[in-house]
Design a binder for this molecule. Sequence first.
Ligand code: GLN
Length: 561
Amino acid sequence: MNGACAPLGVIVSCQNCSLKGRCHSNVLKFVFVTGGVLSGLGKGVISSSIGLLLKLQGYKVSLQKIDPYVNVDAGTMNPYEHGEVFVTCDGKETDLDIGRYERFLDEELSASNYITTGQVYWNVIRKERSGKYLGQTVQIIPHITDEIKRLIRLPLEEKDAEIGVIEIGGTVGDIESLPFLEALRQMKDELPREDTFFIHVTLVPRLTTSNELKTKPTQHSVKELRAIGIQPNAIVARCDLPLPEPVRHKIALFCDVPLENVIEDPDLPSIYHAPLVMFEHELHHRIAEGLHLEKRAVPLNEWTTLIRRTESPEHRVRVGIVGKYVELRDSYISISEALLHAGACENINADIEWISAEDLISRDVEARLSNLDGIVIPGGFGHRGVEGKLEAVEYARTNGIPYFGLCLGLQCAVIEFARNVLGWSEANTTENDPDTPYPVIALLEEQIQVTQKGGTMRLGVYETTLAPNSISRQCYGQETIVERHRHRYEFNSAFRDQLETAGLRVTGTSADGQLVEIVELEGHPWFVAVQFHPEFTSRFLSPHPLFRGFIQSCLERQSSF
Ligand code: GLN
């Protein structure tokens, strides 16, 4: 090959390269997704859609999120501000966008798919302390930007991927994102022109009084990007109306991008419609042209079939999610998505009723819960809302309503059972009552000495062995499973015998049999509570078996009336 490189997707034989048939080192390509005008425009959905369209064409893709905040990871962040903390299989506490990437790509991502300013500085400062830069003045350029570039390449190298789709969080113009954008500018100059492609996602607002679409905010944010030295190759414009041709022309002219590279991004019924819309508007062709990729077919049929099912499902069930942050749906995004995935597969739409656990104490539980076909108690921390959650568990347990407990949802199920079936009225988790005489949920041995926050819980994947003749075993269809965890407290095995004898069956344990990972209720149609987070591994194309089982049982309950 003599250094010259074949276009991606063209298999050549390369004498000089250790990777047989593919001159890998020369073909790493990058799609960078930046955002302008304001945050929350759906860069994550666009990045995920691009990842999917590339993957369906047969490319090995790596999606990465750059979050320019100073936190080292999302572990200590408040769900009120940032929504759910998503955990990767290798135990990194990340931004919820990583969850979306996994749900679209149907692939496991890892810690290296998520970068923060804190992580970058942490690495550089550690290197400085260990003498790696001896004699040098350590600076943002080149030391911080070099570290950013290394971290951008890392997941591609780890997974042997060909194309990286890199989303830069925040909005162009933010002080925080400047070093990252500078690193991208350097990459653009260091790499051959056809190895980088910049997509800028902006907003084209409509003035309600005149019904006019305004392009000025887009023009200004592109100007801002150019001042940093980056000229976008394509603009994805969020708008609540189809973009009229003159508006597209204006954006193309003022922002200096080809007309066909101005892609409209209208409001959609669901995020899963976005890849179809980007496909219709040929964003994948524009990327292929920019990156010199061959044009390939994009088999979207399976995706389209599932979308159609979500649009006109055969059945509908009502599922109550009893949580602490219900006014902020992003806090439970993986759960609502997992219900949607299971529903698309089973042809059942789950209408979610968001129930504030705190309000449930004072309100009439019967009035709030009796119309539900199923109840989910999600994960959570602290005492707020726990008593309301216990009311909901009791109602589900005593009325045969399908119950699905996730992490804290298992802990609540155990506490409720101990209090109301065994009569241990003061039973509790030591998280909320350190002096309880019945600590049915208690701190893990390995957690007792931990004082540092962030990355210190029981995190990432662990194996669980499932008991025969259990609902869980039936749903998974196998004896050993692997699921992701994020908790400090655990079922206290000192009480296991008494709880089991009274009818709370342990149906999943850690590989060594010591830790309780799943409980089920004998004689109840569907009561499954798990210490892990199955919602993190549900994907649009491969829904989670427990969510499928739960939603089926909701339908069965509804049909039994
Ligand atoms: N607060 C509980 C614990 O740390 C539950 C955590 C969760 O639901 N993710 O064990």
